[in-house]
Write a protein that binds this ligand. Sequence first.
Ligand code: AMP
Length: 278
Amino acid sequence: MQVIHSLQQMQAISSNWAKEAVIGFVPTMGYLHQGHLSLVAASLTQCDVTVVSIYVNPSQFGENEDFGSYPKDLNLDLELLNKQGVDYVFCPESKDMYPSPWHTWINVEQLSSVLCGASRPGHFKGVATIVAKLTNLVQPKLIFMGEKDFQQVTVLKTMFRELNMPCEIISCPIVREPDGLAMSSRNVYLSATQRQQALCLSQAIVRIKQLYQQGERCPNTLIEDAKQLIASMGGKVDYLSLINPNSLQDETDLKADTRIILAVYIGKTRLIDNSPIA
Ligand code: AMP
């Protein structure tokens, strides 16, 4: 496994491989868990060469968010990736990624301004820009991303399609802890009590799915019921919506592919989760 810091070196290596091999790419912000490693496993199975990036992208964090305190453990990350058989780990530095002055931003309109985009203005602009830049450097055919960040996948699939970028996103299932909590690097922020409270996200999803299966079709009834459950467990809802998986707009006529999607504060930690309703 080779660890690369230089943008030029990454691009040169990728240009060589891209002529003859399928490059798979897993972009991450590090502090890796089994969710990340499931994406790596998928890439190793489906591609000739696997590149993982570890980069905490400043431009996708809001001013009052956790950029400064985002968890890091590069040595452990590298050990895990090496054990798994990754070919290249790309660890660029911000001075190289965003040379000053910086001018270029990608904005995927509408899809970026709802849900997480409404609570985190500018977040998806930062995500779209960094993923476009990383994609130009790594030149993958396939990019492996988690359904955990459902809106992110939708935004980025739209960007790749509309900008005719020659790569495809493979979205992979959410990996959960045995008790249902979706794995996240941010789970490390939770105290023991908050770790229990955090189960309200997956349990709200289970509750909505159960009521839907029993025949409840009124979105507001389902949403209000789940919000009560979350409040009773100590969570503070940022948003909880039943959306069309393509437009990300609220769905009034619920169908099997309607997506339950939510963000909840547990103390100061903001967690997200989602699932199809049936
Ligand atoms: P992050 O390091 O949070 O930027 O995540 C990097 C990639 O890992 C993104 O594509 C995420 O959607 C994905 N990911 C994060 N958590 C999970 C999870 N629990 N299951 C599957 N994929 C995940």
